[in-house]
Each structure stands twice: as C-alpha cells, then as structure tokens.
Design a protein. Structure first.
Length: 299
C-alpha cells in the first residue's frame, strides 16, 4: 500500500466541461492541475462533490482520475472520489481508480439509502478489504443524510488498517475534537469546510480538502503552511482574509460559484451540468469584488 502524507491543503477539484456541457474539457483540467501544483497545494482530489461526480458517466469518472494522475505525475498525491450509495459500485470504482493511477480513494458515506451505523461500518470494511490503498472517509451529513459517528469511526479504524484519514464535514468542531481524542495519530482528520480549516487545525486536524483552493491555491495553502510552521498569527490573518470568499463560494450550489470565478479568470468555462444551473450575475459580481480584495491584500 502506498504511503500518503495527509496534511496541508488538498484541492477538491472542479471538473471543467466544454461550453455545451457535453464533454469534459481535458485541456482546462490540465491547466487546473498545473495551477494547483504551482500554487503549493499538497494533494488533489478529483471526482468528489465539487467535481460533479454524480453527473459523470463511469467512463468519464475514470478518465478524469487518470488524466489528473498523469498530469500530476507524482508531484503531489491524487486521492480519487469513488464513493456512492452502492457498496458494490464503490468497490468497482475504487479498484478502477487505483488502476488509473490514483494514490488512494475517498469514499463518501452512502447517501439516499440511509444505512445504519452498522451498515456504514460494513460498507467501509467491504471496500477496505477489496482495495490495497489508503482510504479517506468522507462524512458530510448535510448531503448524505447519514452521520458516521465517532464511535463507529473508531471501530472501523480498529478493523481496517488502510482507512487512514477522514474528510470531516459535519460543520462541527466538537466532532473533530472527539475524533482526535479517540484516535490520535491513528486517523488524520481533514476539514471538509474551508471556513473551519483553522479552528479545526487548532484542535488537531492536519489540513483541509478545499473548494476555495481551486480559485486561490497559493492563498489557501498559506493558511495550512503557516499553522504547520508554528506561526498561528500568520495563519489567522491568512484564514480571516479568505473568510468572505469561503462563504460566497457556497451562497449558490457548489461548484457553480467556483467555476464562475475560474471562468472570469480565463481558466475554463463556467458550465455546470443539470440539475445545477449557472450562478446569478449578482453573485458573480460579489465574488469578483471579494476576490479582488484578497488579491490586493496578498500583493
């Protein structure tokens, strides 16, 4: 099994589409990967929620993962989102992602079917036994409707050595503390909310899987780098400087706002696939203003 250092800023990559949304824009995806690495992120996460994965075909999903892995070329680890509401489909997708070059996989808790704690534990253990690669759990009750409890996470970590990290997106810093209290260094906790990166790192998280870093990889990475370097005041200033933008990127459904900003920057089309729709011009204007303030402050 590969060893991956889960710390710092991992970018939950958007998936660029052609203007009509019919296909993945491979050239724009290459540019995005290059910009992320140049901006100092420590890892890439294609095909998560931010990648609009439910709208990708199975072939598109693996093609995106393979392209990101090939473009990254070992410069940073690639952790592919492969989770679904089906354990069997998650196993198949996870195996395919590793074969395509991913260094590990991230599996969201099964949505829609609303499994019990026992069901979630069995789901993760089944995937873990089938895949010889690092696994990041993704707990986001706001989208999946189910919440993987700290106790259940502890049980999973006892039985599955390759479960090594969690993207914790309950929006609850207390949950982060409970995971760290129970599991210490056994499980690396990563913030799943940009606005909570620094609060969570202050109680033991090791980084973030970020949406904002799609737009500002250097500035977003500066928060985690400063904290890891023992510079809390510098980290606080950097974090607070991004707070307005963090919030605006979620005023309308993710990843629409991030793609709108990237389009204004000339990096890709703003296209999202239905059932998502383009963001409002009013929000685009607010995003541009907030982005300008961050860029001027960091100049």
């Amino acid at each position: 099994m590969k060893s991956v250092a889960f710390e710092g800023t991992f970018t939950a990559l958007v998936t660029p589409f052609t203007a009509d949304g019919a296909s993945v824009d491979g050239a724009a995806l290459d540019r995005l990967v290059d910009a992320q690495i140049a901006g100092g992120v420590t890892g890439l996460v294609p095909c998560g929620t931010t990648g609009e994965t439910p709208t990708l075909s199975d072939e598109e999903q693996i093609d995106v993962i393979a392209r990101v892995a090939a473009r990254a070329a070992g410069r940073v680890p690639v952790i592919a989102g492969t989770g679904s509401f089906s354990t069997q489909k998650t196993v198949v997708a996870s195996k395919a992602a590793i074969a395509a070059g991913a260094d590990g996989v991230m599996i969201v808790m099964p949505y829609y079917s609303k499994p019990s704690q026992d069901g979630m534990r069995a789901h993760v253990l089944e995937v873990a036994s089938a895949v010889d690669a690092p696994i990041v759990l993704y707990n986001i009750p706001g989208r999946s409707v189910v919440d993987l409890a700290a106790e259940t996470t502890e049980q999973i970590c006892r039985d599955a050595k390759n479960v090594v990290a969690m993207k914790e997106a309950t929006g609850n810093v207390v949950r982060c503390q409970e995971l760290v209290r129970r599991l210490g260094d056994r499980l690396t906790v990563l913030s799943g909310d940009d606005s909570l990166t620094l609060p969570m790192m202050s109680v033991g998280a090791r980084g973030v899987i970020s949406v904002t870093s799609n737009v500002l990889p250097k500035e977003t990475s500066a928060v985690t780098r400063a904290w890891q370097a023992g510079k809390p005041e510098e980290a606080r200033r950097a974090h607070l400087g991004l707070l307005e933008l963090h919030g605006l990127l979620f005023v309308e459904p993710n990843p629409g706002p991030a793609k709108a900003v990237l389009a204004k920057m000339g990096q890709m089309n703003a296209t999202v696939r239905l059932p998502l729709v383009p963001v409002s011009e009013k929000l685009v204007a607010k995003l541009e203003e907030a982005l300008g303030r961050v860029v001027r402050a960091s100049a």
